[in-house]
Design a protein around this ligand. Structure first.
Ligand code: G3P
Ligand code: MG
Length: 257
């Protein structure tokens, strides 16, 4: 199965509602999005530590109150056609995804250890007060502390550990509590690691694969889901369907982290 990365980052401004809608138009059921806290403690959907790359503002995301974030233009950096795009809150994104029929892989994005407790507590509170169905949600993080705290707060949710070369040794921390999935940087996945993860009974996801010719080899290793910026590389195009064409992908190549 294909999961859109940051919405569908190659086709629409990342981590925006129009990106999620574009994913739905491409026939996807799942999007991966990132959440962090505004200065006034509201979980918002945003990837970077600063607003510099993906808005017309400057400075740390966490220094902006949500009202100030809402005044930023989060779309025109990608394409002028998205000029009025704003940074969505988690709450409005959950509601939007219910309307769009989309499921969410919500990454708890931690840049500093001190962010873990306030972010997880705020995210857990929003999720607990939301009617968003648990079966349409998968919470993930590179931070084992964030996952373990979140798992304690909302045990009914499914959890995925995001692994790269820096933190793969933390995988054993979940041996007692269990996980739903492990999300591995595709550049480091080997048949041995895939076997270890599948042997623990976990779903195996990879990120961020934008080379469709490599998909079969990963599937042969046991990969269950591929997280990609551009699902059109993996899904046969409907020639008569213009909604899923790539508007300006050349102009934004190289801007993804
Ligand atoms: O969730 C997988 C992937 O999104 C992790 O990397 O930096 O794009 O959040 P990043
Ligand atoms: Mg992410």
């Amino acid at each position: 199965m294909i999961i859109g990365h940051r919405g569908v980052a190659a086709l629409a401004p990342e981590n925006t509602l129009s990106g999620i809608r574009k994913a739905a138009e491409c026939g996807l059921n799942w999007v991966e999005i990132d959440t962090q806290l505004s200065a006034d403690g509201v979980p918002v959907i945003f990837h970077d530590d600063t607003v510099d790359r993906c808005t017309d503002g400057e400075g740390k995301l966490g220094a902006f109150n949500v009202s100030a974030l809402k005044n930023l233009d989060a779309g025109s950096w990608f394409d002028k056609a998205h000029t009025n795009e704003s940074v969505p809150t988690l709450e409005e994104t959950l509601s939007f995804c219910v309307d769009e029929g989309m499921s969410i892989n919500l990454e708890i994005k931690v840049y500093r250890d001190a962010q873990v407790a306030p972010l997880v507590d705020a995210v857990s509170a929003v999720l607990a007060s939301s009617a968003f169905p648990a079966e349409k949600l998968l919470i993930s993080s590179f931070s084992k502390d964030a996952l373990l705290r979140c798992k304690a707060a909302i045990p009914q949710c499914r959890f995925g550990f995001i692994a790269d070369k820096r933190n793969i040794s933390d995988l054993h921390a979940f041996d007692d509590v269990g996980l739903y999935s492990v999300h591995v940087d595709h550049r480091m996945l080997t048949p041995e690691l895939a076997k270890e993860i599948k042997g623990k009974g976990y779903i195996l996801n990879i990120w961020t694969l934008n080379e469709s010719e490599k998909a079969d080899a990963f599937i042969a290793m046991g990969v269950d889901n591929i997280i990609t910026d551009d699902p059109t590389l993996f899904i046969p195009k409907q020639p008569e369907d213009a909604r899923c064409q790539r508007p300006s992908v050349r102009s934004v190549q190289g801007k993804f982290l």
